[in-house]
Each structure stands twice: as C-alpha cells, then as structure tokens.
Design a binder for this molecule. Structure first.
Ligand code: SF4
Length: 261
C-alpha cells in the first residue's frame, strides 16, 4: 500500500475501532441467539416448525450484519475499496459510530481515543476510494484557534488578509494552499463550516480540528469525503493551537491534483 495520509501513526487508533467492531459482531450474534432461543421455547407450542423458521430469519439478519462488519474490517486491513467503501462509510458514520461510542463508554475507554479511532477509520475509508480531486474542488477548513490569540487581523471570511508574519501556522498553511491552488477557510464553529461548504461546494475537504469538531464535522458533512487532520494543543484546548504542516501536505499530495500554473 502506498504511503498516504493513513500513516503508521494511525494504526493503533484504527486497531481500537476494529477491536470494538469485533465486540459489536459478538454482541449481534449473542443477541440473535437470545432472540431465537427465548421465544422458541414458546413458539414450538404454536407450530413445531416455527422455532426453526424464526431461527433461520434471525440468523440471516445476523449474518448480513456480521458480513458487513467483516467487509469493513477487510477494507481497513487491506486499504482497498472492496466495492462498497461508500456504503461502509455510511454505515460507520451514521449508525456504527454511536453504537461504538456507547460500547466504548461502557468499557471505560476515553472519548478522545474513540474519536481519534473514528477519524482514523474515516480517513482510511476515504483513502480506499483512491480519490484524486482537482485543487479547485478541494477545501482546507481550519478552526479559528489556529490563529494566534493576539493577532489583530480578522481572517475569518478571508484568510488572504493574513500578512504571513509567521507567528502562527496560518502563514505556512496559506503557502501550501496557494502552491496547490486550493481554497482555504477558517470557521469559528459548525454553523459557519456548514455555510462555507454550501457556498464553496467542494468535492473533498481536508479539515483540521480537535477530535470533537472533526468527528461532528465528518458526520455532518457526510456523504462529502473529509480527511481529518488532528491539531496539536500545547496551550490547552481552543487556544493558540498548532498543526503539523507535513500532515496536511501529505493529504494534499495524496488526494489533490494541483491547479495548473
Ligand atoms: S501568520 Fe497571519 S494570522 Fe497568524 S499571526 Fe501572523 S498575520 Fe496573524
């Protein structure tokens, strides 16, 4: 598999989600068995073949579910689009995420860790699609906290107002975005991010944010493919945050066709 934004550093995060998917499969199978076994004691009294018919029906449903989860795990392990990366991403984003979060909570797993795992998993499913999107159709979306707190320039609305003084990562990101010919925008929250997406109509978003915002952004933007890049928060949350430029650059190199000069 070529080196992509789905880097080795994401492997442990991904493994957690795969482990929880395995647990979910076992829960589904156990529930299917119980659903069959409990009523079958009484169903037999109605008709002798009813327990078998009911068991076959539930077994089929469970096999479809577990088959879907198995396909998901295979897609994650091989990094290939096994025909259904789109469909699998929908299942993960819409339905599995809340279930996995609940199971993770019950198991006492830290929410940030679960969200990191979800983001890594989402990135891999987007990666499996092997996208190459023109720069004009790509959007880099940033949180406001990346701008240094005491910068007097208001860059929400127009990042090009930044005078590239180098005090925060906005200047480096702007250079990168300009080199590729990509639109870059800063959003102060989910509502503004949604508005920007409606206005700019991208086909791919490279989003930088914390675990919570990336998770909700990926879910809100579905079916739009979003590559999530986690920010660094050496000063605590939402304050003078940073980004590892190579993380963003790797995503652009992998998925974006630069604008012709
Ligand atoms: S790089 Fe741009 S946004 Fe950051 S502090 Fe300097 S002028 Fe402000």
């Amino acid at each position: 598999m070529p080196t992509t934004v789905v880097e080795a550093s994401q492997q442990p995060r991904k493994r957690l989600f795969i482990l929880l998917l395995g647990v979910t499969s076992l829960v589904v199978l156990a529930l299917a068995f119980l659903l069959w076994w409990v009523p079958s004691v009484g169903l037999e009294n109605i008709h002798p073949s009813l327990p078998l018919a009911f068991g076959l029906l539930l077994g089929s449903v469970a096999l479809v579910l577990v088959g879907g989860l198995g396909l998901l795990v295979l897609t994650l392990l091989t990094g290939r689009d096994l025909f259904m990366a789109n469909w699998l991403r929908k299942i993960v984003v819409k339905y599995l995420f809340p279930a996995i979060i609940s199971i993770g909570k019950l198991a006492g797993i830290d929410r940030d860790q679960l969200q990191q795992s979800f983001i890594a998993l989402n990135n891999q499913l987007v990666d499996a699609k092997q996208l190459r999107v023109p720069a004009e159709k790509t959007l880099i979306l940033l949180p406001h906290c990346i701008q240094t707190f005491d910068c007097a320039i208001k860059i929400t609305g127009d990042v090009e107002k930044c005078i590239r003084c180098g005090k925060c990562d906005i200047s480096g990101l702007l250079e990168l975005a300009n080199a590729y010919g990509i639109d870059m925008a800063v959003a102060t929250g989910g509502t503004l991010a949604r508005k920007l997406i409606v206005e700019k109509r991208p086909k791919l978003i490279v989003a930088v944010a914390c675990e919570r915002d990336l998770t909700s952004g990926i879910r809100d933007s579905y079916p739009l493919p979003v590559i999530g890049v986690l920010n660094k928060r050496p000063n605590g949350p939402c304050f003078n945050t940073h980004i590892l430029l190579p993380d963003v650059e790797r995503a652009l190199k992998t998925y974006v066709i630069p604008k012709a000069a």
